[in-house]
Design a protein around this ligand. Structure first.
Ligand code: URA
Length: 242
């Protein structure tokens, strides 16, 4: 199934007019979907499945948008090119999606693994990363030593980071305790640099391993480490429509 978008957005994606001008074209009765004239706003179409015409001419989206998730391993930088020539997350996808100008959505540290989104859609990146959209991100941290109820409650209330920033209340739970490590599942919606590590540092704790499990309701699931997959149209629409 193709991506579902609003008609005026699709017209803009095809480079026919801006979204605003596309709305005028629709109101003027110049646009048809599958042969039927559309004059009201808000109609949605499926890219690749619905036939859209403007003034009787079929229009097509020129730039195909890619939305993918990668299970990033430790030891890869989240940039397109690294100044120290270290392996980048793009190296893990580029044999399959060469020259597609795909870039990472947000960042994971060099030592962090797990769910990373990549796309060539700037609007999408803005939606997923801008703090005003409060996107929940869930991590699993292997913490050296124990975590007291007091430590957990401090995460739940918000902690002061080394630069004085007070984090918003986080959701957290202990999922396992073994071999001297406490495994903590933590959900935050802010995206300060190295935030999760710094939250635990504020408690005097050290993280031995950190993995991102989900962004909103989009989960890493059982995607193998170092592998990627296309997001489903359901996942793309969910993230875009937040
Ligand atoms: N918080 C961190 O400390 N590191 C990451 O990579 C992501 C969130």
């Amino acid at each position: 199934m193709g991506e579902i978008v609003r008609l005026q957005k699709y017209i803009a994606m095809c480079g026919v007019a801006s979204r605003r001008a596309a709305e005028t074209m629709i109101a003027e009765g110049r646009v048809s979907v599958n042969g039927e004239k559309i004059t009201e706003q808000g109609v949605k179409i499926e890219i690749g499945a619905d036939k859209v015409t403007v003034d009787g001419e079929v229009i097509k989206s020129s730039a195909k948008m890619y939305y993918i998730m990668l299970n990033k391993p430790v030891g890869y930088v989240t940039t397109v090119k690294d100044q120290f020539d270290r392996p980048t997350v793009i190296d893990l996808i580029k044999t399959d999606l060469k020259d597609k100008r795909i870039f990472p959505v947000g960042r994971l540290d060099y030592e962090t693994e797990g769910l990373l989104l990549l796309t060539n859609d700037g609007d999408f990146t803005y939606k997923v990363t801008h703090p005003k959209f409060h996107m929940d991100k869930t991590y699993l941290a292997a913490v050296k030593g124990g975590m007291s109820i007091h430590d957990m409650n401090r995460l739940r209330e918000g902690v002061k980071l080394d630069d004085g920033f007070k984090t918003s209340p986080a959701k957290c739970e202990i999922t396992d305790v073994k071999n001297g490590y406490t495994f903590v599942k933590l959900t935050i919606h802010e995206g300060k640099n190295r935030q999760v590590r710094r939250m635990f540092e504020a408690l005097g704790k050290e993280i031995a391993a950190l993995q991102r499990l989900s962004i909103g309701t989009v989960e890493l699931g059982n995607l193998p480490l170092g592998r990627w997959r296309h997001l489903t149209s359901h996942e793309v629409n969910y993230l875009k429509n937040l």
